[in-house]
Design a protein around this ligand. Structure first.
Ligand SMILES: C[S@@+](CC[C@H](N)C(=O)[O-])C[C@H]1O[C@@H](n2cnc3c(N)ncnc32)[C@H](O)[C@@H]1O
Length: 251
């Protein structure tokens, strides 16, 4: 979403200085890291697993390929890609937040996901990889938290190989008005309560609800991908547009 002022951006519904946002997002994820997986299952009633499965199915990733799971957090997509690409492929789980990366690495190692996975602490806006490195990049529930989304999309475009694809799984705009109302009530009243009870942190879950509302809608995000150079861009609404999967190619 374009900001009116180049010096400011959104942190949920608040307008903050651009240089403040990354630190505020970092505080949220340091705080929720330990309970992140449990909260995902509780908040979405397990439906996030279906959204992620659909993302993998649309990725077209094959044996031997190189995948970047950006803002990969606790590594749900990384674990699935690791099985698909086999010994000759590689998945890089990159995340800006050390607490989330640690949770992800510990979880995947405990599950025996080893050998073809590496972990990198990196900001999506300035990816530390050479041009044309990856066959596929996924960013799942991550882009919403990035300060400069256009810069991040440009960085992803740069590190994708020609023929490679980007998949963005993110909360979006519900397409039916009645669903939208129920969803608002759930997000602003129920979510922070669950956050308070389970993660002892209502504020972070209030940010979650607010950041979803401030995120670009389906068409705007598709346009942003096109502006960054992606071609054949499309999106698929999931659960009535509560979530959308965007896909674009670098040719
Ligand atoms: C809601 S979690 C999503 C984790 C995982 N991808 C999933 O779908 O379960 C968002 C993640 O984005 C990461 N993140 C936020 N800003 C980022 C940035 N600028 N660059 C890279 N990762 C970022 C956070 O640290 C956090 O781990």
């Amino acid at each position: 979403m374009a900001d009116n002022n180049e010096e400011t951006t959104h942190f949920g519904f608040r307008t903050v200085a651009k240089e403040e946002k990354a630190g505020m997002v970092a505080d949220v994820f340091h705080s929720v890291a330990a309970k992140y997986d449990l909260m995902n299952d509780l908040m979405s009633l397990g439906i996030h697993r279906i959204w992620k499965r659909f993302t993998i199915d649309c990725s077209g990733v094959r044996r031997g390929q190189k995948v970047l799971d950006l803002a990969g957090g606790t590594g749900d997509l990384t674990a699935k890609f690791s099985r698909i690409i086999g010994e000759t492929g590689e998945v890089v789980l990159a995340d800006i937040n050390s607490s989330m990366l640690k949770m992800g690495r510990d979880k995947l190692r405990n599950k025996g996901v080893l050998g073809n996975v590496s972990y990198v602490q990196a900001n999506a806006e300035a990816l530390p990889f050479p041009d044309n490195t990856f066959d596929c990049i996924t960013i799942s529930f991550g882009l919403r938290n990035v300060t400069d989304k256009d810069k991040a999309l440009a960085s992803m475009f740069r590190v994708l190989k020609p023929g490679g694809r980007l998949l963005i799984l993110e909360f979006s705009r519900p397409v039916f008005e009645p669903l939208s109302k129920a969803y608002d009530a759930y997000s602003f009243h129920v979510l922070p309560r669950i956050g308070e009870l389970v993660a002892k942190d209502a504020e972070s879950y209030r940010y979650l609800a607010e950041s979803i509302r401030m995120h670009p809608d389906q068409e705007t995000l598709k346009q942003m991908m096109t502006s960054a150079g992606f071609e054949n861009t499309s999106f698929h609404n999931l659960t009535g547009g509560i979530v959308a999967l965007h896909r674009g190619f670098k040719f």
